[in-house]
Design a protein around this ligand. Structure first.
Ligand SMILES: C[S@@+](CC[C@H](N)C(=O)[O-])C[C@H]1O[C@@H](n2cnc3c(N)ncnc32)[C@H](O)[C@@H]1O
Length: 201
């Protein structure tokens, strides 16, 4: 069975642990496990995105590739009257994200197993957040961007964190092709935060 963090069913032996992290002023506890992304600590890039993201209360938010949940759960904390949908292809990550919502007393989330955005067909969102699975390949990352564009409301925004050396320039080019314009709204070490707004004229 595959051991990659982006597998549907990671075969790795369990190695559950609970870590804590302060995100946007709230102390979260996250249970992580072998076979999920960044199990030992909240990923530096995810933190950079969490620090930069603007989530107006009441927003319909989508976190694509939620892992054990730091980005989506931080968004749910920032928008208590909003609803955050969290998706991941990895069934272990999905279970952990559900568990972590409970562990942190967060109820305005839905967590679903999904290949890209397949589980939310027909739904649209105000904000889509992603720390994309670079190791799954460029085709997957570009499909996430394409499907995100399709699932955004008018004036909605896609926020992406990506390392410069892992393809930020090519991601920005793809986003520009889809959205017409993309802005770099944050920079932290080698990470770039890109924001693309869906403005139809
Ligand atoms: C870079 S990790 C980010 C995880 C999490 N957001 C975090 O901050 O820790 C990318 C995530 O995308 C998921 N993923 C990979 N391929 C996917 C796909 N085709 N559809 C949905 N999620 C996918 C992986 O399982 C992984 O959890």
């Amino acid at each position: 069975m595959s051991q990659h963090y982006y597998s549907q069913q990671p075969g790795a032996e369990h190695d559950r642990r609970t870590i804590s992290a302060v995100l946007r002023g709230k102390t979260f506890r996250f249970t992580s496990d072998a076979g999920v992304f960044s199990k030992g600590d909240v990923d530096y890039g995810s933190r950079a995105l969490i620090d930069a993201m603007e989530i107006p209360d009441g927003s319909a938010v989508l976190d694509v590739g939620c892992g054990y949940g730091p980005i989506g759960l931080a968004a749910a904390h920032l928008a208590p009257r909003g609803m955050v949908t969290m998706l991941d292809i990895n069934s272990r990550a999905v279970e952990l994200a559900r568990e972590n919502a409970k562990l942190n007393g967060i109820s305005n989330v839905k967590v679903m197993e999904s290949d890209i955005l397949s589980a939310v067909s027909g739904q649209t969102f105000d904000i889509i957040l992603t720390n994309p699975p670079i190791r799954a390949g460029k085709a997957v990352v570009h499909r996430i961007f394409e499907e995100a564009y399709e699932h955004l409301n008018e004036n909605g925004a896609l926020w992406v964190v990506i390392q410069k050396k892992q393809g930020a320039p090519s991601a920005a080019a793809k986003l520009e092709e889809l959205f017409g314009e993309v802005r770099e709204v944050g920079k932290d070490k080698g990470y770039r935060i890109l924001k693309a707004e869906k403005i139809t004229k």
